[in-house]
Structure formats: C-alpha cells, structure tokens
Design a protein around this ligand. Structure first.
Ligand code: NAD
Ligand code: LMR
Length: 340
C-alpha cells in the first residue's frame, strides 16, 4: 500500500481569503496560463488570481487576453496580472515564470475521442513547450491540453531537442481524481471533500484507472457496482461532452482541478511537506514510459514517485488493459516530434 494522499485544502473562492493571508517572500510565484482566454483558461486564471500564493499572473492566448487580464486585474488580491496576445508576445509571457499551466487547444465535440484532437493540439503544445524550454526552462509545466497521453511526451521530446530538462513536465490528471472523489462520495453519502481516491494510468478512456481499493476512507462495492463506478469515472469526460452537446468539454471542473494541481505544486515549491498529487509523468513504474501515479511534490517538482501501491485483482487487470493504448499514444507523440 502506498501512503495515503494528503488532500490539498479546498480552493476557497469566496470571502476575503487572499486579503487575510499574509504572503511571505517565499510565497512569491509567477504563474503563466497559456490559452488563458478559453473555456478552461478564464476560470483557471480567476482561481489563480484568487490564490494568495500567486504574485504575478501572466495570461497568454492568441486572442482576447488584454480583456481577460484587464477584467481580472480589478480583483482585490495581490497577483499582478498581465495579458499577452499572439506569437510576438509569447516569449515575453513566459519570462521569469515558475509555474506554467497549459490549457491551450481545441476541445472535443460529441462523437470524438481525445486522440481526434491530436492533429490540432500536437503542434500547439509543441510550440508552447519550445517557448517554455527557451524562456523558463526551470518552470514546472502543467499540461492540460488533450490528448494528454500524447501531449506530455510531445512536450518532453521538445525539451530534449532544446537541451532542457523534461523532468518538470506534468500531465494534469487531477480531474479524474476529483471525479472519483465526487462519485464515490455520492454513492456512499460522504462529504466529497473528505474522500481521496488515487487515479493512475493516463487520461483517456480505459487508460484512466481509479484505485478504489486505495480510497480514503476505505469503501467497498459489490463487483457489478465497482465495474459501473470505474466505467463512469473513465467516461466522465464524455458524459460532459455529451451534456454540452457541441459546446465543448469540461471547463469549470477542469479549471478547479488545474488550480488544485498548480496550487499544490506551488505549496510544494514553497517547502510544504507531504504534498501528493497524481500526475502523468515520465515513469519506470510500468512498461509504459509515461504513467500517472501519486507523486510526492517538492521544491524541485517530483520528489518521489509513490508507484502503483497494492492493487486489487480487478485493478491489475485494468492496468494490463490500459498499457497497449498508452504505449501507442506515447509513441504517437514522440514520433510527431521526431518528424517535426
Ligand atoms: P477552448 O477552445 O475553450 O479554449 C482553448 C483556448 O486555447 C482558446 O482561447 C484558444 O484561443 C487558445 N489557443 C489556441 N491555440 C493557441 C495557441 N497556439 N497558443 C495559445 N492559446 C491557444 O477549449 P477548452 O475547453 O478550454 O479546452 C482546452 C483543452 O483542454 C482541450 O484540448 C481539452 O480537450 C483539454 N481538456 C483537458 C482536460 C484534462 O483533464 N486534462 C479536461 C478538460 C479539457
Ligand atoms: C475531460 O476528461 O473532461 C477532458 O479530457 C475533456 C474531454 O475531452 O473529455
């Protein structure tokens, strides 16, 4: 069994949280959101602006960032907000950034897989990763853009080509954990903020592997309910895509999840002990060269990979089933950069 994940504090967007929080020098963090005008980018930027741990917020997009930045800059929290628009301002948007969150790219419409986004999003992520490698090579890079199972290897390969260290690149799979916690709480009548279920593997369909046997508090389900719950977590993105009926995919819950991950990262960078989040990273835990597992985060990013932990027979079968698709998506990303 791996150690239980310390649940990060809820992101409080009400009240004067920022005003009541004394910000010390070590808490000063410059954060960039790339794709800041989008469905995820705007609420994510709001949550980052609301965090007292952020002192500078750099908003980049190919459209609309001056307006988004002007709007957010009126909020009474310490972060100084600057909008950057278009490729000419890309380098400037990244200078001095310590955490870069990337939700740039197109979302799914009903009937599409995440992999169907590859043709558009691969080059968007590759270009942004190249700019990060040049302008803020030491920053923690948090990739939201789909397909995460390919965009993370793309960013890592771009870093290697640029001579930068790819170990600070994280695929954000936090939304899968957030969903698992919520659905388990609903079924068991629990307060969702007290539930903590690790989700490992990747971020697409059967590669999403909730470890319900490792949930805190411990929960039990009959086999048929466990299968249905697992499948709901795996298909939750599609559930939102269908409900939005052509207007995109999860944005608000993703903004919450992205902010949770970025704020956990900043806390760890600031020296807070025991910060654990799942993320899709370069990995030797399985035969897939990238895999999401719970990670202890620290001042330099991943401090320790907590690995798979102890899996039930059902969960072991899910890992086995996920590996071929994961390896294929990883290779597709790596090949894309090799042929650029
Ligand atoms: P959106 O279309 O609302 O916003 C995307 C934004 O990216 C737009 O503002 C667009 O102008 C911008 N953009 C496009 N090209 C750019 C470039 N080259 N540089 C900078 N910005 C650029 O889409 P969304 O709903 O915000 O989703 C964004 C991405 O996040 C999608 O790929 C989606 O599949 C993914 N997503 C991932 C998760 C996850 O769990 N990892 C969850 C939800 C959505
Ligand atoms: C999600 O899980 O909501 C995202 O990956 C968006 C999608 O396309 O499902």
């Amino acid at each position: 069994m791996f150690s239980r994940i310390a649940r990060p504090q809820a992101i409080n967007i009400v009240g004067n949280v920022a005003r009541n929080f004394s910000v010390s020098a070590q808490n000063n963090r410059k954060v960039a959101v790339m794709g800041a005008s989008g469905g995820i980018g705007q609420p994510l930027s709001l949550l980052m602006k609301n965090s007292p741990l952020v002192t500078e917020l750099s908003l980049y997009d190919i459209v609309h960032t001056p307006g988004v930045a002007a709007d957010l800059s009126h909020i009474e929290s310490p972060a100084k907000v600057t909008g950057y628009v278009g490729p000419d301002q890309l380098d400037a948007s990244l200078k001095g950034c310590e955490v870069v969150v990337i939700p740039a790219g197109v979302p799914r419409k009903p009937g599409m897989t995440r992999d169907d986004l590859f043709n558009t999003n691969a080059s968007i992520v590759a270009n942004l990763a190249k700019a990060c490698a040049l302008n803020c090579p030491d920053a923690m890079i948090c990739i939201i853009s789909n397909p995460v199972n390919s965009t993370v290897p793309i960013a890592a390969e771009v870093y290697k080509k640029a001579g930068a260290d790819p170990s600070r690149i994280f695929g954000v799979t936090t939304l899968d954990v957030v969903r698992a916690n919520t659905f388990i709480a609903e079924l068991k009548g629990l307060d969702p903020s007290t539930v903590n279920c690790p989700v490992i593997g990747g971020h697409a369909g059967i590669t999403i592997i909730p470890l319900i046997s490792n949930c805190t508090p411990a929960v039990q389900f009959p086999a048929d309910e466990l299968k249905a719950l697992t499948e709901r977590i795996q298909d939750a993105g599609t559930e939102v895509v269908k409900a939005k009926a052509g207007a995109g995919s999860a944005t608000l819950s993703m903004a919450y999840a992205g902010a949770r991950f970025a704020i956990s990262m900043i806390k760890a960078m600031n020296g807070e002990a025991g910060v654990v989040e799942c993320a899709f990273v370069s990995s030797t835990v399985t035969e897939a060269s990238y895999f999401s597992t719970p990670l202890v985060l620290g001042p330099n990013g991943m401090e320790k990979n907590l690995g798979l932990g102890s899996l039930s027979a059902f969960e072991s079968e899910l890992v086995t089933a996920a590996l071929p698709e994961l390896k294929k998506s990883i290779k597709k990303g790596e090949d894309f950069v090799a042929n650029m």
